[in-house]
Ligand binder design. Structure first.
Ligand code: NOJ
Ligand code: CA
Length: 558
């Protein structure tokens, strides 16, 4: 046997798999239900790996599947190193990873380090141990204000609405940035830090390829007295010194995590969910010494508008160069109204981007929504995004052209943001978390044999996988075709803007000569002789006229 010298180029390429990957986000409870209890599970994912392989994705990201009371859809974790028994077992997890890896699909799991659930053994210990104990030091406990301490330490409000402090039986208060069931951890505590390193190793040892870090910008806090009021807090700059948000010292944590990631071959990857104030601040999370990549959410709040898209694309590519990372493109996820729906609503206050209550205020979603137009625009933006340098995140169901489900009664809703009336989304986030339709007929559209934990509307039948799979003009076929061709298009991480003489038409070329032309306007755009090079179109193109609200890919002659 001859000794083989490791091929360094190959090794580097393997390590950099994430830079231009297409990552498919699975919301496990709503993907596929194998045992018919109405809740999606890991064996359900296992049963659909061929679907994922055929789609052509590079990786899946699984939203939390850990034991949880579901006070916040699983982002309230009881135990970071186990599987919720309703979703399966660790053996099921291993079998799922093996099957995905066998199809060259990598696996990213969600880490929720800002808070545990209130059922986590640490929090239960903290409640039992009482004030001043080591157990309470893992969280943020304080005395209240007022003569008898019956007022919260501050008037701060949580992200989901309502006070950010909750009083416990012995009179102390604990801090929760999110739901009351999600007490914030104290990241000054060494045991907390050590335990998360253990969790990262636990999943890395099980073959997990990367991590998505929940609210990565909120872990560290400066809660030294005097604490600012809510109004004062809002005025403080978010420049690294803010008491709660995007503090510079959070990067010490990620530098430590990086050591763990890099101790594996290939190194484990991470992507930060970090809502921060400037591109420069986001770049810190994406640095190679830190998490390595950070979500770019700019398109979640952008209108269907060429000028806005061009600015966002240019800014984010520049920012990626700054951090040495690659950028991420996201149009939908489990926290926002699906993009087909956003683009199908009439502009209100001059914008297409709407959140829940505004639909209702504007006369009801069904009356408001231009289903066809919304989907046409969604297909056009998706094809544009998939032609860009960087990695793209696809949220389950967008490949089926799904719209947001608005028809969910208050009694059926699950999202704490809905019940606590958080300002950021009046209807809450359940409408994008409805279980997927796999078949046009049958129980819960093929999701499982025992119904679905959120109600599926009748129109889901038209979006079922078995209906779309055989139709070359379907949204599912568009995604499959794009992902197949993308491997040829993605050769370098740059683009060159080309002139179009139209503000509503974007055109760029990739280093290998592939081009993307996106017409955001209503008028058609003349492709001239280049029409011959069209290899993919978001809606049918005939002759040289690129229709309005349509994107095409052009391939050079071989
Ligand atoms: C961001 C997650 O995406 C969201 O679903 C969750 O509610 C919050 N973080 C709190 O964990
Ligand atoms: Ca199930």
């Amino acid at each position: 046997m001859t000794d083989t010298v490791p091929d360094q180029k190959h090794t580097d390429e393997v390590a950099a798999w994430w830079r231009q990957a297409v990552v498919y986000q699975i919301y496990p409870r709503s993907f596929a239900d194998a045992n018919g209890d109405g809740i999606g599970d890991l064996p359900g994912i296992l049963s659909r790996v061929d679907y994922l392989a055929e789609l052509g994705i590079d990786a899946v990201w699984l939203s939390p599947f850990y034991p949880s009371a579901l006070a916040d859809g699983g982002y309230d974790v009881d135990d970071y190193r186990d599987v919720d028994p309703r979703l399966g077992t660790l053996d099921d997890f291993d079998a799922m990873v093996e099957a995905l890896h066998a199809r060259s699909i990598r696996v990213i799991v969600d880490i929720v380090p800002n808070h545990t659930s209130n059922r986590h053994e640490w929090f239960q210990e903290a409640l039992a141990a009482g004030r001043g104990s080591e157990a309470r030091d893992r969280y943020i406990f304080r005395e209240g204000t007022g003569p008898d301490g019956s007022q919260p330490p501050t008037d701060w409000v949580s992200v989901f609405g309502g006070p950010a402090w909750e009083r416990v039986d012995d009179g102390q208060w604990y801090f929760h940035n999110f739901a009351v069931e999600q007490p914030d951890l104290n990241w000054d505590n060494e045991e907390v830090r050590a335990d998360f390193l253990k969790t990262l190793r636990f999943w890395s040892d099980r073959g997990v390829d990367g991590f998505r870090i929940d609210v990565a910008h909120m872990l560290t806090k400066d809660l030294s007295d005097p604490l600012p009021s809510r109004a004062e807090l809002a005025l403080l700059p978010q420049d690294g010194s803010h008491p709660l948000i995007d503090r510079d010292d959070v990067h010490e944590i990620y530098a430590e995590w990086r050591q763990v990631f890099d101790s594996y071959d290939p190194p484990r990857t991470a992507v930060a969910e970090a809502w921060v104030s400037t591109p420069e601040r986001r770049a810190k999370y994406a640095s190679a010494e830190g998490l390595g990549q950070a979500f770019n959410f700019d398109l979640l709040v952008a209108d269907f508008d060429a000028v806005e898209f061009r600015r966002i694309i240019a800014d984010n590519l520049a920012q990626a160069t700054l951090s040495g990372s690659s950028t991420t493109w996201v149009l939908s996820n489990h926290d926002v109204t699906r993009h087909a729906t956003r683009y199908g609503l009439q502009p209100l206050n001059g914008r297409h981007v709407k959140q829940g209550t505004e639909w209702v205020a504007a006369g009801g979603p069904e009356e408001q929504l231009d289903r066809e137009g919304g989907l046409r625009r969604a297909r056009a933006t998706t094809l544009l995004l998939l032609g860009l340098p960087g990695s793209t995140y696809v949220y389950q169901g967008e490949e089926l052209g799904l719209h947001e489900v608005a028809d969910i009664t208050p009694a059926q809703r699950q999202d704490p943001a809905f019940f606590r009336g958080a300002e950021f989304d009046g209807l809450g986030r359940d409408g994008c978390r409805v279980p997927l339709p796999w078949t046009a007929d049958g129980s819960s559209f093929g999701f499982g044999s025992g119904g679905a934990h959120l109600p599926q509307p009748a129109w889901f039948a038209q979006h079922a996988v078995d209906v779309l799979a055989g139709d070359p003009s379907s949204t599912l076929s568009l995604y499959r075709d794009a992902l197949r061709l993308r491997h040829r298009l993605q050769t370098g991480e740059s683009l060159e803007w080309l002139k179009t003489d139209r503000v509503d038409v974007l055109r760029f070329a990739r280093p290998n000569g592939w081009q993307v032309v996106a017409n955001f306007g209503a008028e058609s755009f003349d492709l001239g002789a280049d029409a011959e090079h069209v290899v993919l179109a978001s809606t049918p193109v005939s002759g040289a006229a690129l229709p309005g609200e349509c994107t095409v890919w052009l391939a050079p002659d071989d």
